[in-house]
Design a protein around this ligand. Structure first.
Ligand SMILES: Nc1ncnc2c1ncn2[C@@H]1O[C@H](COP(=O)(O)OP(=O)(O)OP(=O)(O)O)[C@@H](O)[C@H]1O
Length: 209
């Protein structure tokens, strides 16, 4: 049974048909790459898969339930990492993650947020406003969600490797593979060469005029 599937999706923006008749299916342990040039519609497709945006045509299913009807259950089991980090730059990393956890029904164990920030190489930077961190460090704060929301089996990731150094890419790579090996699934975009050492499916979107 697929964890996430989509049937005959079509999306237009400003009278331009980005894509149509898209079918996809991602099962436990499967990784799908969505590829294509700038403006092809990759982010638009990912946002439809999260249920944040409705397609013009088609349906998305989580565990064979239409996500329009099972939205709350789906979102409990979804981790979406988009272009916008969704961090408050005047708060520090710990405060941001406490807030994010409270918004997403995640109850971290005592000390878990500090432990995860340590895994992400942010020891000593936990109490500094995010505004004063580098671009890659800011992304690492947001990436801590990948370690904290353990209930999420569907990961939808829009260019998650952006701004990370080699060590950060390696860390995220390992986390993604561990998630897949534990029975999760991942749909992601990336403009870089494939970084995840794992079998992939590919969905290629062409740029349509
Ligand atoms: N909210 C919106 N309103 C109008 N047009 C939009 C909107 N969102 C996206 N578009 C248009 O849809 C097209 C596809 O955008 P999208 O962000 O999905 O592409 P992408 O393949 O993810 O591109 P990139 O590789 O640059 O990230 C673009 O031409 C963009 O201008």
């Amino acid at each position: 049974m697929p964890l996430l599937s989509a049937h005959q999706l079509a999306v237009s923006k400003r009278d331009r048909l980005l894509f149509s008749q898209i079918d996809l299916s991602v099962a436990a342990g499967e990784l799908m790459y969505v590829k294509g040039p700038n403006g092809a519609g990759k982010t638009s497709l990912l946002r439809v898969l999260t249920g944040l945006v409705s397609p013009d045509e088609g349906r998305v299913h989580y565990r064979q339930q239409d996500i329009v009807k099972s939205r709350d259950v789906f979102h409990q089991h979804l981790l979406y990492f988009g272009h916008a980090l969704g961090v408050n730059r005047s708060l520090n990393g710990v405060e941001n993650l406490h807030y994010w956890c409270s918004q997403h029904g995640v109850q971290p164990d005592e000390g878990e947020i500090y432990r995860v920030l340590g895994v992400l190489g942010l020891v000593g930077l936990e109490d500094i406003p995010v505004n004063n961190l580098s671009a890659g460090q800011q992304r690492r704060v947001a990436l801590a969600r990948f370690w904290l929301k353990t209930s999420a089996e569907v990961w939808i990731l829009d260019e998650p490797f952006t701004a990370l150094d080699v060590q950060g890419i390696g860390l995220l790579n390992e986390r993604i593979v561990a998630h897949l090996e534990q029975g999760g699934c991942v749909v992601m975009t990336s403009h870089q060469a494939l970084e995840v050492n794992y079998p992939t499916q590919e969905l290629v979107l062409e740029y349509r005029i």
